[in-house]
Design a protein around this ligand. Structure first.
Ligand SMILES: C[S@@+](CC[C@H](N)C(=O)[O-])C[C@H]1O[C@@H](n2cnc3c(N)ncnc32)[C@H](O)[C@@H]1O
Length: 177
């Protein structure tokens, strides 16, 4: 959260009017029911666009819920459907008209658990290739958590596919800097 607030303060100036052009993106991959695009109100005060990229089914359920909320919801959120295992999320952003040439913060929380190692590599590679300043915040299971949760999550039919901390670091961070 601190990183998100700092990123917006550093890259998106104060919004003076509704017509101001966005200066930065916060891209939430696998947003699920995360409501911070609405809760924080940052797009109203700063020239920042929130983009939620998620499995189409999850996103449809979220949008249905949001429509039933009486408070005004932030309309500076773009929702894009994507299956990270079969589609390229940067291509989905481009096709959705997102200004990927703007500084972008990518939030990827609670997702690496569910995607195969290849997707982790591709995602980190994609962030490294952004032309404008880009950062990614993500989490991954520890070896202990993986050992405890693997069978349980498989029994729920939501298996943790991640290889855990050591391999994520090896595949992504060490290799891509
Ligand atoms: C545990 S939820 C995390 C939600 C949110 N980021 C949070 O931290 O509360 C996992 C999210 O990853 C998404 N997800 C998992 N596998 C995916 C895939 N292959 N393609 C797109 N989204 C995926 C799910 O739709 C869901 O929104």
């Amino acid at each position: 959260m601190t990183a998100l607030l700092s990123f917006v303060a550093d890259h998106a100036g104060p919004r003076q009017s509704e017509d101001d052009e966005d200066e930065a993106n916060v891209i939430i991959l696998g947003a699920g029911f995360d409501a911070r695009a609405h809760r924080l109100g940052l797009a109203a005060t700063h020239k920042v666009r929130f983009v939620e990229v998620d499995a189409a089914g999850t996103q449809a359920k979220k949008l249905q819920k949001l429509r039933s909320v009486p408070e005004k919801i932030n309309d500076r959120v773009t929702y894009l459907g994507c299956d990270f295992t079969t589609e390229s999320w940067p291509d989905v952003l481009q096709a959705g008209g997102i200004r990927v040439d703007l500084p972008s913060m990518i939030v990827w929380e609670g997702v690496t658990y569910y995607v195969p190692p290849r997707v982790i590599s591709e995602t980190l590679e994609a962030v490294a290739k952004f032309q404008a300043p880009a950062m990614i915040c993500f989490d991954y299971p520890s070896a202990q958590a993986l050992a405890v949760m693997k069978d349980y999550t498989a029994s729920l039919k939501e298996p943790w596919l991640s290889l855990g901390e050591k391999r994520v670091r090896g595949r992504g961070l060490a290799v891509r800097g």
